[in-house]
Design a protein. Structure first.
Lengths: 180, 180
DNA sequence: GTAGTCATGTAAGACGTTACATGATTCT
DNA sequence: AGAATCATGTAACGTCTTACATGACTAC
């Protein structure tokens, strides 16, 4: 259900077509959703059925027609209610931790290789995130406070990567001097 | 597919019944899986079809019969292959960040309440995790290195909560002196 | 002429959660 | 009498991803 409100939120900022939303999801780290057609178009239809959005068809010469979606008053209310709702803690499930849990069958070098690949992957993702930020994110800047919130959201993501990298560093260090 | 290898890993430690696995999933933080019957029993059947596990039915007087699952040689190989496979970075998707992204419609006090509830929830989860650890986790300790790995996994989870708490603290602090 | 962008959508399937169903036994 | 534990499983539904389908236009 989070994608529903991610979309509703984006529409509360400005009207979007499904195609535009797809691009936003594909190249944002916070709103990342695998750039997934199916869910986006279906959710838009659902939101429309619930009266939370309206759409206008814009015909174009020499390009396919687009459905531009806008939020309704109802939609704004629904979004506000959801935003104030009880916050849930983040998902902890991490495939890599399960891999590590059964890694004792590997040699020290093999574990080290594994850790190094994980580290590389994390560094890459962090870099991509920072690069996206550097190039300027598409974000609402309706008030200084909103801009601050979005900065903190971006910070949250960087911090997660950095704390994970730290942790891997520790592991690598300990295992490199391992004697038993 | 991670649950498949979580189960296979547990079976590589010792034989389990579906019922036992359910309990492990329910009260572990790393292996948390909502204590979900459906997936566990189905996955066991699947593993069995693939020849990665075998089961033995233990009849009991005055208690329902149980199917005790054990890993096979094939299963051990499959687990080892998976453990050495390309690690993926953790999922970043966090519902709360999406809530915050559209929180600028709320007043400072409302945002503060939201942050406080999130903080409480995080503290609670961290406490639960630490309490579980304190009471002693059910974990394989076949070698000192394995024990170390499991300690680091637990550390990873605590670190995530702590870094998140830190971040909320910063937000709360900044917003409490907010002027614009 | 091949690939990419614009723009919509559907099909199929993997993964996850909640709730239901059964039935004996044991604890309070 | 009522709830919890032991032990298996299924049904229904929600979420998420990958891949397919169409078709005109544009840039190299």
């Amino acid at each position: 259900m989070a994608i529903k409100y991610a979309i509703l939120g984006l529409l509360s900022w400005q009207p979007f077509t499904g195609y535009d939303l797809k691009k936003v999801f594909m190249d944002s780290t916070v709103f990342y959703w695998s750039g997934n057609n199916n869910q986006i178009y279906r959710t838009l239809v659902q939101l429309h059925n619930e009266g939370l959005v309206t759409n206008e068809i814009h015909y174009q010469k020499s390009l396919p027609a687009k459905k531009v979606y806008s939020i309704t008053g109802e939609g704004t209310k629904a979004l506000q209610a959801w935003v104030s709702a009880n916050p849930e803690p983040p998902e902890l499930r991490n495939k890599f931790l399960i891999q590590l849990a059964w890694a004792d069958q590997l040699s020290n070098e093999e574990i080290n290789t594994l850790l190094e690949r994980y580290e590389e992957e994390l560094k890459l993702r962090l870099l991509m995130h920072k690069e996206k930020e550097r190039r300027g994110r598409a974000a609402p800047r309706r008030t200084p406070r909103e801009e601050y919130l979005w900065n903190m959201i971006s910070e949250n993501i960087s911090a997660k990567f950095e704390s994970e990298l730290n942790w891997v560093g520790q592991l690598k260090h300990d295992l490199s001097n391992w004697k038993d």
